[in-house]
Design a binder for this molecule. Structure first.
Ligand SMILES: Cc1cc2nc3c(=O)[nH]c(=O)nc-3n(C[C@H](O)[C@H](O)[C@H](O)COP(=O)(O)O)c2cc1C
Ligand SMILES: [Fe+2]
Ligand SMILES: [Fe+2]
Length: 407
């Protein structure tokens, strides 16, 4: 639990959540924070009331009480987005404060009825609408649809220059000793930025064109500070806006000068060649991520693939198709539109093969646009010449990835 005064009459209230799967399936090794904000002008508004993942609203109510605010005096509840990580608390809050006016988008109004049966005391807002809380706090609403739900808006306080951006510009990672990204140590920043890419690639990636539009829209505002619904606050807003713009661009490639090797093996035959490939990659001047499937979670693989321009896939044939965990992973990458990567595949088979054909079918069906160099397939255990052939192709792929950044 954390409360901080972040600007004139503006409070950040947050809780950390761990040991859950975000949205029911994304692993979050460093947890996630859920952030609420209170703005006090002559009238008081709360933005994105959050509650514990178990739906218990007591935590947020306790935080509000610590601010010596009587929840019954909160006049406005601004719902930037209806996903229950932000809205799960509204029902309980309405019981305490039935007169509270809900401010939300048109799409969110429909969801309020669908999720919680609420139809009363709702004001629909969109671009160019304002809410004057008094004391100079005039709030502007900014529609940022499909980041990542259709209902999403951001709220901009013109007095403090704070953009309450909800899921946009969010990050995984618990909030620790600081609430500001600019106060992280260089080591903490590396971990945190990885959590931000993880959040982006797992939660928002599919909607990259819409995120890009949202970023451009926000860049036109005189923002001093970005206060997202998850993660740290940015007092240098252009940094996270530029980072998000880059993340959105990675969808259609090229991404960074990085390579991800995803591999799976039943009895170690493909693995022998994987180990050979890893040894070759050690001598190359390029960032390499290596992930085994199904041992590694989808979220982790997706995070690496999102920032990688090159992908190596290694898997055997299984029942005339590719090793199923690899197929599942590729389907997920395809659905998130991890497109236009430079790629190489190798793997073992016993009699008929089939993994390669399956791979081609997935790539075509999901229109992923990966540019593959010649694959290497071998029967059973790889011979020395198979290993050397894998090595040659690995080096060739690395050169192709590097050439993207040399031109
Ligand atoms: C359950 C199972 C199903 C398999 N199906 C096929 C197949 O349909 N066609 C084929 O060529 N090999 C098939 N194989 C053989 C493997 O592809 C072969 O043994 C390969 O060397 C395994 O590589 P790995 O040790 O990296 O898992 C199958 C193996 C297993 C265990
Ligand atoms: Fe969301
Ligand atoms: Fe969220």
């Amino acid at each position: 639990m954390n409360i901080s005064n972040i600007a004139d009459g503006t409070y950040h209230l947050s809780i950390n959540v761990e040991n859950i799967l975000f949205e029911g399936f994304w692993e979050i090794p460093n947890g996630v924070s859920l952030n609420s904000y209170i703005i006090q002008g002559e009238k008081t508004a709360i933005i994105d009331g959050v509650c514990g993942w178990d739906g218990v609203p007591d935590t947020l109510l306790a935080l509000i009480e610590q601010l010596n605010i009587n929840p019954e005096t909160i006049e406005y509840l601004i719902v930037n987005h209806m996903e229950p990580d932000h809205s799960g608390w509204i029902g309980a809050f309405k019981e305490i404060n039935p007169d509270c006016k809900i401010i939300c988008s048109k799409k969110a109004r429909d969801l309020l009825e669908a999720f919680y049966g609420m139809t009363e005391n709702i004001t629909v807002v969109g671009d160019n609408d304002t809410l004057d809380l008094g004391g100079g706090h005039v709030l502007n609403f900014v529609e940022i649809p499909n980041v990542h739900w259709p209902d999403t808006i951001a709220t901009f306080d013109t007095l403090t220059g704070t953009l309450f951006s909800c899921d946009c510009f969010g990050s995984f990672g618990k909030i620790g000793s600081t609430i500001y990204a600019d106060e992280l140590t260089p080591e903490e920043l590396i971990v945190y930025e990885n959590d931000t890419v993880r959040y982006y690639s797992n939660v928002l990636a599919y909607f990259s064109p819409q995120v890009k539009r949202a970023v451009t829209k926000c860049q036109a505002l005189p923002i001093i500070m970005i206060a997202p619904g998850h993660g740290l606050i940015y007092r240098n807003p252009s940094e996270i806006m530029n980072a998000y713009s880059d993340y959105a661009d990675y969808q259609k490639g090229p991404a960074r000068r990085e390579l991800t090797l995803i591999w799976g093996s039943m009895y170690g035959m493909t693995q022998t060649a994987v180990e050979y490939a890893i040894n070759i990659l050690k001598d190359e001047d390029i960032i390499v991520h290596v992930h085994q499937v199904p041992e590694t979670s989808w979220g982790t693989v997706l995070t690496s693939a999102w920032t990688s321009t090159g992908i190596i896939l290694a898997m055997p044939t299984y029942e005339f198709k590719m090793f199923p965990p690899m197929a599942a992973m590729l389907e997920e990458l395809g659905k998130k539109k991890v497109n236009n990567r430079k790629a190489f595949r190798f793997g073992s088979y016993g009699w008929s093969g089939g993994a390669q054909r399956d791979l081609e079918e997935i790539m075509t069906r999901l229109a992923m646009g990966w540019e593959f160099i010649e694959p290497v397939e071998f029967v059973g255990n790889p011979r020395q010449e198979d290993l050397e052939h894998v090595g040659e192709q690995v080096r060739k792929l690395v050169e192709e990835v590097k050439s993207v950044f040399n031109s």
